[in-house]
Design a protein around this ligand. Sequence first.
Ligand code: ADP
Ligand code: MG
Length: 451
Amino acid sequence: MLFKELNITAPLINALDDLGYKECTPIQEKAFPVVMSGNDMVGVAQTGTGKTFAYLLPILRQMKFSKDPHPKPRVLIVQPTRELVIQVAEEINKLTKYMNLHVGAIYGGANINKQKDLVYNGLDILVSTPGRLVDMTSTGILRLNNVHQFVLDEVDEMLNSGFRHQITNILEMLPKKRQNIMFSATLNRDVANLIEVYFNSPERVEIARHGTPLENISQSAYMVPNYYTKVNLLKNLLHNSDELTKVVVFVARKRWADRLYDFLLEEFDEEEIDVLHSNKSQNYRIQAIQKFEQGEYRILIATDVIARGIDVDDITHVISFDTPDYPENYIHRIGRTGRAEKKGKSIALVSKIETEYLEDIEEMMQYEVPKIDIPRDVEISEQLLEAEKENTNQQNYIGNLKDREGRGDAFHEKKAKNQKENLGGPGRRKPKKTRPINRAAQRKRSQKSKK
Ligand code: ADP
Ligand code: MG
């Protein structure tokens, strides 16, 4: 379906023309009439399917110029990261090129006074991270009583990042009469709970089965014995600079991102690689993404927390240096490539102790990732990390022991169960696991059971 076939007005059509966009993506086509109807909506679609315009177009279509010289926001859009706030605000500015609307972006880690001025001067649409939004409302400078459309974007990521409290706080502050619009790449139990409590019989708009990988991403995995062999393998892969022209290497933790960066500098040029995580300043992060987008750096090492802020076209490869213990994170990592109908490759480096995580991911996607052999010229290292030496069965080198105690136990239980199953005869299906969605929920649950 073409954009001009949607019930949208000339200013939006012209802005879309300027952007060179003609045809809607499926989620954009499906969500448009639902948002226009004024009913609550829950949209589920994988990353890179065009969810941003799916809510922006119908919202902007309905917006009227405000005569109030200092309008209070009528549309509130909440995003999990600063990068996404900035990006969505930019998209709104592009789409409203021929409209007279004020858009503001507020987020942590930047001068709050400037943002206060922005709010004070008046806004039609406000885009924010949950934390800064709560801070601004508590000072009284920002009032949400005019908001009649509320968008929670990437809500699964917000809940994974521990923003539940801020989100419920915001929901409680909003006027009763409003339209709730939610977008998520995955629907998990936490998301479902939020919908149940705060949404009013929402209409669900879904594209493809939840958790299925994008079809234009080809996935593969290497089973690697230990950390140092992974480093050797990664270096080997990255040397293929003809094919790997724009690569994101994901690592779970900041400390490990920096460490890996140092290892790669042993063989690669500083001009080729950058590293990005939440300890870096806001300016640094924005510049790093820009430089990567413009091709100044070929390789970007990044942590999961900022994964969704990376909306860069033409990423050829996403390499998971470690295997995420939350399958959703894997989906978001690989969603950085294969965007907007382009082909992309995902390569996972899976150590022995991470095979369980890969199984969880495969179960969620209902897809078995093809395994490839480690190239012969990659040296298999015998060197072990302290954690790998101490107890390779229980400990994961990427985590500290405390953080992962729960997982460690589950791993053992499952091993014992598998043995039993093997004795019990073939053909028995693996029982479906119920797994805590995030650590906060996990903690809460264990506190409850102690009571
Ligand atoms: P999601 O939120 O689903 O991950 P985005 O809304 O960020 O995806 O869109 C992914 C990319 O596709 C962006 O670069 C966006 O500009 C582009 N895009 C969105 N809609 C269209 C369209 N109809 N035609 C072409 N490109 C589009
Ligand atoms: Mg999005």
